[in-house]
Write a protein that binds this ligand. Sequence first.
Ligand SMILES: Cc1cc2nc3c(=O)[nH]c(=O)nc-3n(C[C@H](O)[C@H](O)[C@H](O)COP(=O)(O)OP(=O)(O)OC[C@H]3O[C@@H](n4cnc5c(N)ncnc54)[C@H](O)[C@@H]3O)c2cc1C
Length: 594
Amino acid sequence: MASSTRPLALRAACSLRAPRCLRSTAAARQEQPGEPARPPPPPDPERGSARGGTGPRGTRRVQPPPPAVDFGDPREAFRSKSSAELVRALVVLRLCALEPLVARSRQLMNLSRKLLGQQRFEQLMKMTFYGQFVAGEDQEAIKPLIQRNRAFGVGSVLDYSVEEDLTPEEAERKEMDSCTSASEKETGARSPYLSPGAAQREKQYLAHREFGDRRDRVISARTYFYADETKCDQHMDTFLRCIEASGGSSEDSFSAIKLTALGRPQFLLQFSEVLMKWRKFFHQMAAEQGKAGLAVMETKLEVKKLQETLANLGIATKAESQHWFTGEDLGVSGTVDLLDWNSLIDSRTKLSKLLLIPNMKRALELGVRLMVDAEQTYFQPAISRLTLEMQRKFNMEKAVVFNTFQCYLKEAYDNVTMDVELSRREGWHFGAKLVRGAYMEQEQARAAQVGYEDPLNPTYEKTNEMYQRCLDYVLEEIKYSQKIKVMVASHNEDTVTFTIRRMAELGIHPSEKKVYFGQLLGMCDQITFPLGQAGYPVYKYVPYGPVNEVLPYLSRRALENRGFMKRAKRERDLLWSEFKRRLITGSLFCNPSH
Ligand SMILES: Cc1cc2nc3c(=O)[nH]c(=O)nc-3n(C[C@H](O)[C@H](O)[C@H](O)COP(=O)(O)OP(=O)(O)OC[C@H]3O[C@@H](n4cnc5c(N)ncnc54)[C@H](O)[C@@H]3O)c2cc1C
């Protein structure tokens, strides 16, 4: 974000404009250039039909059968690893399973640093936790690992993982400062949370001191706290360096971005609130028209009734709202869906011009794709919307910007379907990463304590259902479209197996490179490497950064394995099998890839 333009963004986002298109979904679908109406799919010259189909100039393109993948073969899983790396993984994953050790990892690291001195401490970390979970200190140091993974069919999503080492009190102070406006601070002296201005605001989108330390109960994600605009510009430089490192490391790479690093969180909070209130308003209108409970893309407001309601509520006279609803196809459909409704909050020209352009330009020049991470629910609507603005602008030729959808959210399916539909109407490429979600404990505690509806699915099983539903929907769409790409970012073997099976059923071959897989470096190699060897596009999230500055992130990463004991045990069993195999066959010191 260019710092001088940042304050303008919210105002831009809130300005009302006439909707761009008010046509029905089906009509829009048919008009989409390069996108066949469904069903049945007409032959697509590039893609062919779902199974094999017709290739260029009418030749029959017979696809090879999808490759088999075995997640239980230790030799295949660890082919890229030296025996020393096997031992390191065994030791580190075993240590991660020791609860008291992990719980005090931060203190233990600090103590070791004092006892050993900086240099020896760094060596120790590189031989253990850092070596297991972090690729290296800088873009040069990480190159060998990236190239080795690439040789085994595994790509990289570079993630510069430096975190400020703040105490919980410092983090809390910074958060309260940066999430509260000057006027709220003034009046907030009387009431800590609900100043008169804030009383109009939704509790979910206000800063709450007891949740000021956003790192609390979050394991695998880096966390940024706002200091000032200069610091944001430094973060932007960091992201630019990360993009350059991605460009230099391999073709087809990604760079991960966190939007909370690039601006004042107060903006993300307030923008999120505006977006969610706007959406709620649409659903209230739908309920008034007797359309409550329909799937989001099936919910269509009748414009005539809508105008009456707006007039009755004193929001706009019929003459005024007539001006809003003057889409060219209004006469045909006479209805407004949530996408049309959202387009009334016109941000297209302004937001996309103002935000994140330096990152994007560099990424485009270097052929790097950007993966925008999903964060807490009180920021996420804004993050997602800003990402969408970038997709509209930069995804016209191919998917350069990828958004992230968290399937532990009750509204995940609505979010995915709406963005896919919008991309189809507007003709840009949709790119998404599907995750379950990293902030569960914090989100649940915040909702319960602050007193708003828990935005998360109530159980793990419901989250699994949601993941499967979103994934199934996207895969079905991929079957018919050249313009959709998805990364299945999960360590769950069942999820990966399900994806592979559905890809085979739908005739999506891995060589089409429309479905990617993603895991974190140092975890679940038994999933990543067999996928890569079988020809499925698969990526490791690759954290890097100087030892000391990565430590705060690293100590929380150790917790990740603790939560998934069964999975970590399976990984350790496989590592152990491979170690024993090498020992018995006398190949402990041979090059493992031979
Ligand atoms: C490559 C990659 C990129 C990632 N990027 C992001 C990102 O941008 N944003 C982000 O938030 N996360 C991200 N994550 C983390 C991810 O969201 C998960 O936290 C993590 O991967 C564990 O989920 P799983 O599918 O691997 O494993 P599983 O063990 O199958 O799932 C665990 C997850 O299920 C959900 N869950 C567990 N119990 C419950 C319950 N009782 N009720 C409801 N849900 C429950 C939680 O989300 C929990 O993390 C990423 C993960 C990977 C591998």
